[in-house]
Design a protein around this ligand. Structure first.
Ligand SMILES: Nc1ncnc2c1ncn2[C@@H]1O[C@H](COP(=O)(O)OP(=O)(O)OP(=O)(O)O)[C@@H](O)[C@H]1O
Length: 323
């Protein structure tokens, strides 16, 4: 087996970030594209050092004419490598990117639970991280949206999603596949500049590389990494503030304004967002968070309009009452 600098880098990353331990069961999500092929080859090469049990899962969304051929291609690779292969085919063609993603994670999670895999591993790269950061920046999310793709994320009680390639660029995964002659299945929809994501990848990033910073992808990925640590810290601080300020539970929630008032605005907003995440049917937007935060210094007896789902917040002296 040929050991490259990329092997060494991933080995170090897995060790230093404690992504997996020895002898764990990994379900690798392989689309057949260059990123996930690079990922599976690296993990299979590292396997003897770690004694993992590695399998491959592929999801056929049925949204391209060649999607079945794509699935066979991945199945053949799995056969040649001698690893278990799980295929799930959508009953109806999945026709939006968001729907495909939602369906895919649900399926991967179900396979992992059924066959007892602790980890689902995906091939997201530093390039994906940079694109996600730019995309979210233009949509106006705060630091939470910009932290863009975390190393690990729980998908359910027993299954964790892990992304070991977040410090490797797409250029590197492409070169790796070429060096090892891995046959990539090109996704024709990646070329379609109708999608904002593809315009960022095909047009915006190359423009930034040429005119601003040739290493812009790694620079943006590093920004995401720094923001991730900031967000983690702020969320913990907000959680503590919330616990200190909250009374009651169930249908009526009381927040003490005297405790919230001296806190920095970023923590006040985060407390309100954490609460709204639990009581609204969908994720709260900036306006919802602002409306609730404004009550911290509002005159006595002020109240909000109903939030989606019907909850109302009102002031009674030192308390914000949410019911
Ligand atoms: N059809 C598929 N079958 C199995 N795994 C897949 C499939 N498509 C994508 N993946 C996994 O997801 C990773 C990211 O793929 P891609 O960037 O195309 O998806 P995405 O929709 O942007 O994902 P996300 O929502 O997680 O950011 C791939 O490297 C691969 O591990």
């Amino acid at each position: 087996m040929v050991w490259t600098p990329l092997h060494a880098k991933i080995h170090r990353t897995i060790k230093s970030r404690h992504l997996f331990k020895h002898q764990e069961r990994l379900l690798v999500a392989v689309s057949g594209g260059q990123d996930s092929l690079c990922l599976i080859k690296l993990l299979l090469d590292l396997q003897p050092k770690w004694s993992w049990y590695i399998s491959i899962a592929h999801c056929d969304h049925r949204w391209r004419d060649d999607s079945q051929a794509n699935a066979y291609h991945v199945e053949n690779l799995a056969k040649n490598w001698g690893v278990d292969f799980y295929l799930e085919t959508a009953k109806e063609p999945v026709n939006s990117e968001a729907a495909a993603r939602g369906w895919r994670y649900q399926i991967l999670n179900a396979i992992a639970q059924k066959y007892n895999y602790q980890y689902i591993v995906t091939g997201h790269t530093a390039s994906d991280r940079a694109e996600t950061l730019l995309y979210n920046l233009m949509r106006g999310t705060g630091a939470d949206g910009l932290q863009a793709l975390t190393w690990q994320r729980p998908l359910s009680e027993k299954v964790t999603l892990v992304r070991p390639l977040l410090e490797i660029t797409r250029q590197q995964t492409g070169q790796f596949c070429q060096d090892f002659q891995l046959h990539i299945w090109e996704d024709s929809t990646n070329q379609n500049v109708k999608y904002a994501r593809n315009r960022i990848r095909q047009e915006l990033i190359p423009y930034l590389q040429t005119n601003f910073n040739p290493k812009v992808e790694s620079a943006l990925a590093q920004t995401a990494e720094l923001l991730q640590a900031d967000v983690e810290y702020l969320e913990q601080a907000a959680q503590q503030l919330r616990e200190a300020a909250t009374m009651g539970s169930g249908d009526v929630l009381k927040l003490n304004r005297q405790i919230l008032k001296p806190a920095p605005i970023t923590l006040q907003r985060r407390v309100m967002r954490q609460i709204l995440l639990e009581i609204l049917p969908d994720a709260p937007n900036f306006e919802h968070i602002q409306k609730l935060t404004a009550l911290i210094i509002a005159p006595n007896r002020s109240q909000t309009d109903p939030f989606p789902g019907g909850a109302i917040a009102q002031i009674q002296g030192d308390w914000i009452i949410i019911k």
